[in-house]
Design a protein around this ligand. Structure first.
Ligand SMILES: [Zn+2]
Length: 285
């Protein structure tokens, strides 16, 4: 099983996690920028964090044979803090960098006017930089947040195939399924989505435009949830090809639209958007 985790916050994970992920088949991942628990008080804190995502963390992942990519954005929660407003001005510098494969994660936390303003500006930035965009949907009022998200995406005029709406569940998947946007599901150890509920969604909606991630961070989470979802798919009777599509080819195809995946080029095992990947190898490791 080859796995591309399309949403995981490795900055908060250990080298044991990297090792276990590699052993489970993870060969590539995307680390979206987000909040860090403790509120940041200046733009400089974000600059150092973004530099870490495209520098140190990529190097750390490479030591364990995993290709690390990032998405860069002002996250929804800190969009409410006026001290962080200047982050929007430093984003263009990072959105031009190698290995930055989308704007994200953007979207709503509490659905405030300030969140919406930052979200709209970052939808524009995705258009200006010709990048896909990763949209976080709120954990409270998820349906309302998802609906407003889709309205704003429509107003921005971004092609739906360049938009990933993440953290969906049974109540919100139907809102996104017909839009042409990609559908992301975060699989957690308890509450929210789990791998067994995910089987039902895959049975109902198929494997097209569906991404599964662990969204692991410093909270209670499991960086092996992608592999566990693959195992549940096999047990539920999905084919190896369907498992590979959800866990590998779909994230490759979505983030490959950036033209910036950092993957090995030794043999054309699979190719998307000009990027070539070889199982078990990365350009770094
Ligand atoms: Zn996240």
């Amino acid at each position: 099983m080859r796995i591309f985790d399309p949403h995981i916050h490795m900055t908060s994970r250990t080298t044991d996690d990297y090792r276990a992920m590699y052993d489970a088949g993870v060969r590539a991942l995307v680390e979206p920028s987000f909040w860090l628990g403790q509120p940041r008080t200046s733009v400089g804190s974000f600059v150092d964090y973004f530099d870490g995502l495209v520098g140190w963390e990529r190097f750390r992942a490479a030591q364990f044979g995993i290709a690390h990519h990032a998405t860069i954005a002002l996250n929804p929660k800190e969009a409410n803090d006026p001290r962080c407003a200047g982050v929007l001005d430093v984003l263009p510098r990072y959105l031009a960098k190698d290995g930055v494969v989308a704007v994200g994660e953007v979207g709503f936390d509490s659905m405030t006017p300030d969140e919406e303003k930052a979200f709209v500006r970052q939808l524009e930035l995705a258009g200006e930089h010709d990048l896909p965009i990763l949209v976080h949907t709120p954990h409270r009022d998820k349906s309302a947040g998802t609906r407003r998200t889709l309205e704003l995406v429509g107003v921005a005029g971004l092609p739906p195939e360049r938009v990933l709406v993440d953290h969906l569940n049974e109540t919100t998947v139907g809102l996104v399924a017909g839009t042409g946007c990609w559908m992301g599901f975060s699989i957690y150890p308890d509450t929210k989505m789990d791998e067994h509920r995910m089987m039902r969604i895959l049975a109902d909606h198929g494997t097209e435009r569906i991404l599964v991630n662990s969204a692991a961070d410093w909270g209670h989470s499991d960086p092996l949830k992608t592999a566990k979802t693959g195992a549940a798919m096999r047990k539920a009777g999905f084919s190896e090809d369907e498992v590979d599509r959800v866990l590998w080819r779909n994230p490759m195809e979505f983030y490959g639209q950036s033209g910036r995946l950092l993957l090995g080029v030794a043999a054309p095992e699979a190719t998307f958007a000009g990027n070539t990947i070889v199982r078990g190898q990365s350009s770094e490791g």
